[in-house]
Design a protein around this ligand. Structure first.
Ligand SMILES: [Zn+2]
Ligand SMILES: [Zn+2]
Length: 417
């Protein structure tokens, strides 16, 4: 049974053809991080069409759309805009055929993280909210963020003075396409939902020699290998069993040839955590392990490994519990109860988290929007985000996203203190 919905679901359904067409256009013209020039222009035009005042090129190709409608709270709603460097292999009739120059060669581009769904939902919500201005009072702050995939866009927009120039929002909302939840559902959870994501490099030094005279060397390939194995004890022995942590060595680089022992090997590591305490413990253990293994290898003081933690990292996403409660209530007005799911925390990262991490402490929430077509759910073939085979079911995902976010906004605008 539905409770009486506040949003007019038939009106939202009537906009479906427009939105699916827009979705298809965005899907067929993906642009990589920091290159979202045409995409941002298109979105800016969509917002202008329905009465938003739009600022373009804000923090790169970022856009800020403001719709003022009397005295009331300000709600920020963010979409990201960038695609990934990969060839689409979905076989869809409307698949992306775009190829761009990349690292001296060529690469396909694809919205394999579903940012095209995010953008279309965002436009759909703007269109609907602008058409029912008699039902709410306040300010809509719609932001189109560049460069999410490289963790740079949110930071760039905040650094450009997003809150100083356009005001500090009372709430921040975002959604992300889910590659495992069915279209027609949403996944919500409060507290930490996505992890701190950091990168570190370890330069492991050694003393090189001919491959046939290992006794003349201190072999950094062996030292680096031992560091890789020792790093596995951070999760198993150093961090409390109930705390979440991932330490992954994604790349080992060193050497030139079969029979030369090199004098340097680099390890590239990603670390995922939720709390600051665990994050700093992981840093400490990485440094201790690198140094300890190097000492055991007999390296002198001036050849100790160099551990470089990248300073700018994506902090964990924290969903404000009160805001999530409100979102859940709003969703329950427009979706059947079995379509509102509890989402598990994940060790992936999203720079949406930053909008709630400024001194203003804006309450923010990023929820999952189910996107998977029914036949795929049944087959169990569920390619993840960033897979060349991932694709959403646009019509149903868009209808659900626009309905839930519009209802959430109406409820936030109309709540009594
Ligand atoms: Zn992504
Ligand atoms: Zn994404």
């Amino acid at each position: 049974m539905f409770l009486t919905p506040n949003v007019d679901t038939s009106k939202i359904a009537a906009d479906k053809d427009y939105l699916v067409k827009l979705y298809t256009e965005l899907h067929q013209s993906p642009e990589l991080s920091l290159e979202e020039k045409e995409t941002s222009k298109k979105l800016a035009n969509e917002l202008r069409k329905v009465g938003f005042e739009v600022t373009e090129n804000f923090g790169g190709y970022g856009i800020v759309g403001i719709l003022k409608n009397g005295k009331g709270p300000t709600i920020l709603y963010r979409t990201d805009m960038d695609a990934l460097p990969m060839y689409e292999k979905t076989g869809l009739t409307y698949k992306s055929e775009v190829e761009v120059p990349y690292n001296g060669g060529k690469v396909g581009t694809m919205h394999s993280c579903g940012h095209d769904i995010h953008m279309t939902n965002w436009v759909g919500t703007a269109r609907y909210m602008a058409s029912i201005k008699d039902q709410w009072k306040g300010t809509l702050m719609f932001i189109g963020q560049p460069a999410e995939e490289i963790g740079a866009g949110a930071r760039a927009m905040l650094a450009a003075g997003l809150y100083e120039k356009f005001g500090v929002p009372d709430y921040g909302i975002g959604l992300h396409s889910s590659p495992s939840l069915p279209a027609g559902t949403v996944g919500l959870s409060d507290g930490y939902t996505m992890a701190n994501s950091e990168f570190a490099d370890i330069k492991v030094f050694g003393i090189g020699a001919h491959g046939a005279t290992p006794h003349m060397s201190i072999d950094p390939v062996v030292t680096a290998s031992m560091i890789v194995m020792e790093l596995q004890t951070i999760a198993s022995r150093s961090v409390k069993p109930i705390d979440d942590v991932v330490v992954t060595v994604g790349a080992i680089k060193g050497g030139t040839k079969h029979n030369i022992i090199p004098d340097e090997v680099t390890l590239q590591i990603t670390m995922r955590t939720f709390t600051e305490e665990v994050r700093l413990l992981v840093h400490k253990r990485i440094e201790e392990i690198a140094r300890g293994v190097a000492i055991a290898a007999g390296l002198p003081d001036d050849k100790m490994p160099e551990v470089i933690f990248r300073e700018e990292f994506t902090p964990a996403n924290f969903n404000n519990p009160v805001l999530i409660q409100s979102l859940r209530k709003s969703a329950s007005k427009v979706l059947e109860a079995n379509n509102i799911l509890e989402a598990e925390p994940q060790m992936v990262a999203e720079d949406f988290s930053l909008y709630g991490k400024t001194e203003h402490q804006v309450p923010t929430a990023l929820f999952w929007l189910g996107t998977v077509p029914d036949q795929r759910i049944q087959s169990g073939d569920l390619p993840g985000l960033h897979s060349p085979f991932y694709y959403p079911e646009p019509a149903k995902s868009l209808e659900t996203g626009v309905t839930v976010v519009s209802q959430a906004m109406l409820d936030l605008f109309n709540q009594k203190d």
